[in-house]
Design a binder for this molecule. Structure first.
Ligand code: AKB
Length: 326
């Protein structure tokens, strides 16, 4: 009989993806069955009041083990990570959280016989030598950022635990994630989130990458769907484990601004590239995610126009109620 996931822990649950994934998992598996964890930042009232919450430090193995035992955890969605821009400002911290944190999660999972682990990767695994258009599943991984280095090592480490120890670890390479609940913390693709908030609030935005910068992106509902669908996929169908390319759309910063302008005609965007431009320039324009489509039925639901309609609807409503705080 297939092993079942019943007691789930989410690391990084106060972050951009974690805050929404925790709520989605609680809805699906029951509030009490999903433990949210964080390091320093306090949980939002929604997260805190809907189910259990504990502080842990993924770089300290004993803090993970304590809550895994206390809550009888059998499944982990390991979302704590230092992203690309912050990782360039503090490479040592990125190594500690992303490498030691992932290693500790895998070791605790192995020792406590956990059923399944999700460890997301990123388009940051690619680099300047990688083909940029329709980037293949199997390709050159020579990133130029510490974040990318930790994500390549993380993919290899997770695959090692699958092959060497039979631990069921799964992960996908997320593109930039666009969402409207928790802001992303310190990534290069953050401009594609901030632009919506500024468009609604101030009708103008200064973008930190050039107008012609193209990147693969995804709206949060698809990001959650990717994590849950991959975790629920039949293991016997998976030829890959921890490195699936996944994408939903690709656009330039200028195309994104133009899409917003269709809804807010007075919106203006100027471009003042900073150090994040070089990071964006080292990442793909678009991804080939056919392995994810074939092996676990990956299928995104949102393109640029559907996402923009939804983002502006949600943010405009919140702004009208005086609740667009960020
Ligand atoms: C970042 O920009 O660092 C992240 C990512 C693409 O992994 N959003």
């Amino acid at each position: 009989m297939a092993k079942e996931m019943k007691r789930i822990m989410v690391t990084g649950s106060v972050g951009q993806i974690g805050s929404e994934l925790t709520m989605a998992l609680r809805k699906k598996y029951g509030n009490d069955n999903v433990l949210a964890t964080g390091h320093i930042t306090k949980p939002s009232p929604a997260l805190r009041d809907s189910g259990p919450f504990e502080f842990i430090d993924v770089a300290k193995r004993e803090t993970i083990e304590r809550v895994v035992k206390k809550y009888n955890i059998d499944t982990i969605y390991h979302l704590s990570a230092i992203l690309s821009a912050v990782g360039e400002e503090n490479p040592q911290l990125a190594w500690d959280v992303n490498i030691n944190g992932t290693y500790n999660i895998l070791e605790v999972a192995l020792d406590n016989k956990l059923v399944r682990i999700f460890v997301p990767s990123s388009i940051a695994v690619f680099g300047l030598e990688t083909p940029r258009d329709n980037t293949p599943q199997e390709t050159i991984l020579r990133p130029t950022t510490m974040y990318g280095v930790t994500k390549v090592a993380g993919e290899l480490l997770c695959d090692y635990y699958v092959k060497r120890f039979g631990l069921d670890v799964r992960g996908c390479r997320y593109p930039g994630i666009i969402s409207n609940i928790t802001l992303p913390g310190g990534g290069t693709t953050d401009f594609a989130v901030a632009i919506y908030f500024e468009a609604v609030k101030n009708k103008k935005y200064t973008c930190f990458v050039r107008e012609d910068t193209m990147l693969p992106m995804m709206y949060m509902p698809d990001c959650l769907k990717a994590a849950i669908d991959l975790m629920e996929a039949d293991l016997s169908r998976l030829k890959h484990h921890c490195d699936f390319n996944v994408t939903a759309m690709s656009f330039t910063a200028g195309e994104l601004a133009a899409e917003i302008k269709k809804h807010i005609p007075e919106f203006t965007c100027e471009y003042k590239p900073d150090f994040r431009q070089a990071i964006a320039d080292s990442w793909p324009n678009s991804l080939d995610d056919s392995a994810a489509r074939e092996e676990w039925g990956w299928q995104p639901g949102y393109d640029l126009s559907a996402m923009t309609r939804d983002m502006l609807r949600v943010l405009s409503k919140r702004h009208a109620e005086g609740k667009l705080n960020y």
